[in-house]
Design a protein around this ligand. Structure first.
Ligand code: PHE
Length: 456
């Protein structure tokens, strides 16, 4: 069911901003720095950059092509382009399931950032002794009500933007928020590198220690790059379906990948020097930004309370905005499906997704507190959601997308999409390279990451 007046993004910049909005998120600010810290600093960063350019970018192009060619939601895209082959008709449902599952727990972390934003506004870090700041995190996440309320608040605003539609909701929000994000992260970076002792953090990001490079580093760097570019979750397929036939997808996709890379690196330089300046272990894990960064603000608050509070407010505002533009793209996948498949109105589809993601999200949130004892396969509910989505489903879906574009779609169709019917000479010239990466390199890489995750 495709309507002729299906919404479209309003031009090249709008496409890049919306896609970069989806890509730039907690993956860059929260996950990237601790992955760098756990996997050898600069060496990880270099592998990450190469993986993004040579593996993730072709996968990204594949997803945009599938979306734009089919001009429909992520589930129907596979069904339509495979002429309703039973395997692809079923596989397509995964593209709706995965982002919806991720939105459940992604919005929980979004809620944490909202709470930390409020904490910054009420000068909580300035009024807490630095040694006690990390304890704030533990008592916050293990309490029952506040994290749940913050999660629902974050999700309600996100769904509210999606309810506004593609052009006046998603596009408008990304247009305003993305430039602000870059400005905010640069301000935080400038502050961070000026801290006494920050130099070792900068050095950590610039001097690779090759002895740290193991097969695991490769697998994690590639996995991180997929996650960060929103691949394997139907989000880019859905946004691709809003891209006009006139757009040069090589330019929009490269623009998105480069902005995402740049933002991750800026976030690394904003966070690592602060971590080093505070004498915190860079491999501290997922708590890095919620425990270590406020520690820096608390310490600085002892001498410069106003500046420290202002920086904390800016920092958590950045995290919220980045998380929200990504969560918007997660919710939009389900919304476009419900609208086109079940004929629902946008508002109703949004309300339904709010109920589903809100409900499961509450369980994820409570798994840090009252439901801590509930363990499934040795994992808490939150960890289970994250593990199943990021380590299994995401990779399966990314593999299906590249195999589909590389082996199921006829070469002629892929060429036609990539070159806009042969009218883009540069694209035409590099097509053989892109097609090779898509057909051979990307699928092999995804399979390797998958097995490395299990075996190492
Ligand atoms: N790319 C987002 C981030 O870096 C996460 C995300 C994944 C968003 C998949 C949408 C779809 O945080």
């Amino acid at each position: 069911m495709v309507s002729r007046n299906r919404e479209k993004f309003g031009g090249r910049l709008a496409v890049i901003l919306a896609m970069a909005g989806s890509a730039i998120g907690l993956g860059n600010i929260w996950r990237f720095p601790y992955m760098v810290g756990e996997h050898g600093g600069a060496a990880f960063v270099i592998v990450y950059i190469l993986a993004t350019l040579f593996i993730s970018l072709p996968v990204f192009l594949a997803e945009v092509m599938i979306g734009r060619r089919s001009h429909t939601n992520a589930r129907d895209a596979f069904a339509r382009l495979s002429r309703h082959h039973p395997f692809w008709r079923t596989a397509g449902y995964l593209t709706i399931l995965i982002p919806t599952l991720i939105a459940c727990y992604y919005s929980v972390i979004g809620g944490w950032s909202v709470d930390y934003f409020f904490k910054s506004c009420s000068l909580a870090f300035v009024h807490t002794a630095p040694e006690e700041v990390s304890g704030l995190f533990g008592s916050f996440v293990s309490s029952a009500w506040t994290p749940v309320l913050m999660h629902l608040l974050f999700l309600a605003v996100t769904v509210g933007v999606v309810a506004g539609g593609v052009k006046s909701g998603i596009e408008k929000f990304s247009k305003v928020s993305l430039p602000i994000l870059f400005v905010l992260i640069v301000v935080i970076l400038a502050y961070s590198v000026s801290l006494p002792g920050a130099g070792s953090g900068v050095r950590y990001l610039l001097h690779p220690d090759w002895s740290e490079l193991t097969p695991r580093t490769f697998a994690y760097a590639m996995g991180q790059s997929f996650y960060s570019l929103s691949l394997g979750m139907g989000a880019i397929i859905t946004y691709g379906s809003y891209v006009s036939k006139k757009e040069n997808i090589l330019v929009t996709s490269t623009g998105t990948a480069v902005s995402d890379l740049l933002f991750a690196i800026l976030a690394g330089f904003a966070i690592m020097p602060a971590v080093f300046a505070a004498g915190i272990e860079p491999g501290a894990g997922p708590g890095l930004i919620f425990q270590s960064v406020p520690y820096v603000f608390a310490q600085m608050g002892e001498t410069l309370p106003v500046l420290s509070s202002a920086m904390a407010i800016l920092f958590f505002l950045t995290v919220i905005v980045a998380a929200m533009t990504s969560c918007i793209s997660l919710v939009e996948v389900g919304v476009s499906f419900l609208m086109e498949r079940a004929g629902m109105k946008r508002g109703r589809a949004c309300a339904l997704l709010f109920l589903i993601c809100g409900g499961f999200g509450v369980l994820c949130s409570l798994s840090f507190g009252p439901l801590r004892g509930v363990q499934i396969a040795g994992m808490s509910i939150f960890d289970l959601f994250d593990w199943v989505c990021s380590n299994i489903l995401l990779l399966v879906m990314a593999l299906l997308a590249v195999l589909f574009a590389g082996w199921i779609l006829p070469r002629r169709v892929v060429h036609d999409e990539f070159t806009n019917g042969g009218t883009l000479p540069v694209n035409d010239r590099i097509f053989p390279v892109v097609y090779f990466l898509l057909r051979w390199v990307a699928p092999v890489a995804v399979v390797i990451i998958f097995f490395t995750n299990f075996m190492l």
